[in-house]
Design a protein around this ligand. Sequence first.
Ligand code: AMP
Length: 322
Amino acid sequence: MKGDGEVGREPVSQPAAEPVGRPGGPVVLRTKAELAAARPGLTAPVVLVPTMGALHAGHRALLRAARGSAGPGPSGPFTGSVIVSIFVNPLQFRPSEDLDRYPRTLEADLAMCAEEGVRAVFAPSAAEMYPGGRPEVTVDPGPMGQVFEGEFRPGFFGGVLTVVLKLLHLTRPDSVVFGEKDAQQLALVRRMVSNLDLDIAVESVPTVRDADGLATSSRNRYLSEADRALALALPRALRAGQARAAAEDAGSAGGAGATAVLAAVREVLSAEPRLAVDYVAVVDRRTFAVAGPGQAGPALIVAAATAGGTRLIDNAPVVLAP
Ligand code: AMP
């Protein structure tokens, strides 16, 4: 069993001189049949990176981590295969959400995949993935799928886990890579892999941020300059929470528990009333149970907010003091 343990890894940096990929870039597979035909030619270990496209620096970190997993080591040859899926999954969008205007930039995405040595890109249409329309049998994400993102986006995690399970079956990878940016999604994928006995390792990659602190996201391109300035309150608030947990802001030893950390986060957010906050909480990163007073150890500050019509989610790890 490869297990679904924590394999958080730093993005693997890639020497510029190293040859990447195949000369023509990745093979682009549009149908399940094309994928099935190409799959035997993908050398093991096969590492899947599921995305919705519009690739940015966060995705690039995932591609590099995948490449690190697919290769045997820094000095050996790159023997395994990275496969990227690019699919804007209608199942995880509600009618009021941005399915139609979600950015689609396939040519640029393929260029990034070529730069990062990706062997194959699976980019099916919605009709190819769901030939009968909405599937009758879907994955139930359970209670962890009903809170936070699941509360504000009903049906979201059922849609996510259903497409992830389909992609895992279709690509049959040895491991799959997700970003810590979508922490609840990561926790739910780990739970699904464990609960459904999928023999696939789940790797995670730390959140990539722009220089101003905003986590990179395909949806950031929707932000005007003013919206972006507003959005920056989110990472700023998370940093305030981290500083309170580490007792850096108080300048004293001892750190802080969940209540004080949350107060520090809220203080920053309340200074920006135009940022519409959906939720902010300190949770257990595996279960998403809210951290109670007196709970010590590693936890996650999670938050979601809307800046000028664009919804953002972010999170930051903390170690709570008793
Ligand atoms: P998406 O294309 O938004 O569905 O994201 C595909 C994968 O990229 C998911 O595993 C995300 O968690 C990950 N991802 C998106 N943004 C970032 C980021 N800023 N840092 C790290 N991973 C990210």
